[in-house]
Design a protein around this ligand. Structure first.
Ligand code: NI
Length: 271
C-alpha cells in the first residue's frame, strides 16, 4: 500500500525488489489482458514474476499505464511511438512524451524502431520518428526499447550513428549471433521472448547459447508470441517464467542465477 503512493519512483523499486522473474516487454493495455488485469497480476505473483514492464504505444496508453501502476506497483512503464503506428507522433504528442519522461512517469522510450515487414509505405517517416525518439532518449539519459523487423542493418546504422550515446534493449531479438554482438557493443541488451521455447527456434536458441548471460533479458511481448506449451493461446506476463526456465536449461544454470542476473542487467539500463 505504501508503494502505490510512490508509484512514479518505480525505477527505485527495482533496487529493492525481491528476486524473481521480470517480464521486460508486455502490452497489458491490449483489451484481451486489460479486461482480466486483476487475474493477470495474480498469476504473475503465483509464478514468481516480480516485475512487468508495460510498453505503452500512445499517449492514451501511457495515461492508462500510470493508472494501472498506482494499483499494481510491480508495473514499470516505457512509452513511445511504434514504427507501424507513427501517425500519432505530432509535435504536441512529442511534448507530452517528454513531460512523462521529465516527471518520471515513464522510465524509458519504446518500443521504437523500424518495421519494413508490416509497413513499407512510411519508410522515411519511420526513420524520422525513430531518430527523433533516439535523440529524446539521449537528451534525458533514458534507455530505449527497440522493435526491428526486416530492418536490422538500417536500425544498426541509426544506433551506431549516435556513437555510444544510446543504451537499451533489442526486444524479442531473432537475428544472428554476430549482429547481437554488434548491438551489445553499442550498449544494448538482447531480449529473448517466447520464440526461445519453440522447437524450431534454432537461431534464437543459438543466441541464448552464445551470448553471455550479462547481456540478456527475457520478456513475453504478450499478448503475442505465446511460449510453449501454450502456443496458439493468449500470451500473458506470467509466462515469462517459461522463457526463463528454458534459458536456465540452455545455460545449465539454476533459476535463481538467471533471475538474479536478469534483474542486475535490467537495473544497469538505469545507471
Ligand atoms: Ni511489443
Amino acid at each position: 500500500m505504501i508503494y502505490s503512493i510512490h508509484s512514479s519512483l518505480s525505477s527505485v523499486l527495482v533496487s529493492k525488489m525481491k528476486i524473481g522473474w521480470m517480464d521486460t516487454h508486455a502490452h497489458v493495455m491490449d483489451a484481451s489482458l486489460l479486461l482480466q488485469i486483476d487475474d493477470v497480476i495474480k498469476r504473475c505473483i503465483e509464478n514468481d514474476v516480480v516485475s512487468v514492464t508495460l510498453i505503452c504505444m500512445s499517449i492514451e496508453e501511457i495515461e492508462l499505464g500510470i493508472r494501472l501502476q498506482s494499483k499494481y506497483p510491480m508495473l514499470e512503464l516505457f512509452g513511445g511511438f511504434h514504427p507501424v503506428d507513427i501517425t500519432n507522433d505530432s509535435i504536441e504528442n512529442y511534448q507530452k512524451l517528454e513531460e512523462f519522461i521529465i516527471n518520471g512517469k515513464i522510465v524509458g522510450i519504446g518500443e521504437i524502431g523500424l518495421d519494413f515487414y508490416w509497413d513499407k509505405q512510411y519508410r522515411d517517416a519511420q526513420i524520422v520518428a525513430f531518430r527523433r525518439q533516439c535523440e529524446l532518449a539521449i537528451k534525458h539519459d533514458v534507455p530505449i526499447n527497440i522493435h526491428m523487423r526486416d530492418a536490422t542493418q538500417e536500425v544498426y546504422d541509426i544506433i551506431s550513428s549516435y556513437k555510444g550515446q544510446l543504451r537499451g534493449v533489442m526486444h524479442c531479438y531473432s537475428g544472428s549471433v554476430e549482429m547481437a554482438k554488434a548491438f551489445i557493443k553499442q550498449g544494448f541488451l538482447i531480449s529473448l521472448g517466447g520464440i526461445l521455447t519453440f522447437k524450431n527456434a534454432k537461431s534464437v536458441i543459438e543466441v541464448a547459447e552464445e551470448i553471455d548471460l550479462e547481456h540478456l533479458l527475457i520478456e513475453t511481448d504478450s499478448p503475442y508470441l505465446t511460449p510453449h506449451p501454450y502456443r496458439g493461446k493468449l500470451n500473458e506476463p506470467s509466462y515469462v517464467a517459461l522463457v526463463g526456465e528454458k534459458l536456465a536449461s540452455i545455460k545449465n544454470m539454476e533459476h535463481f542465477t538467471i533471475q538474479t542476473q536478469m534483474q542486475k542487467n535490467y537495473k544497469r539500463l538505469f545507471k
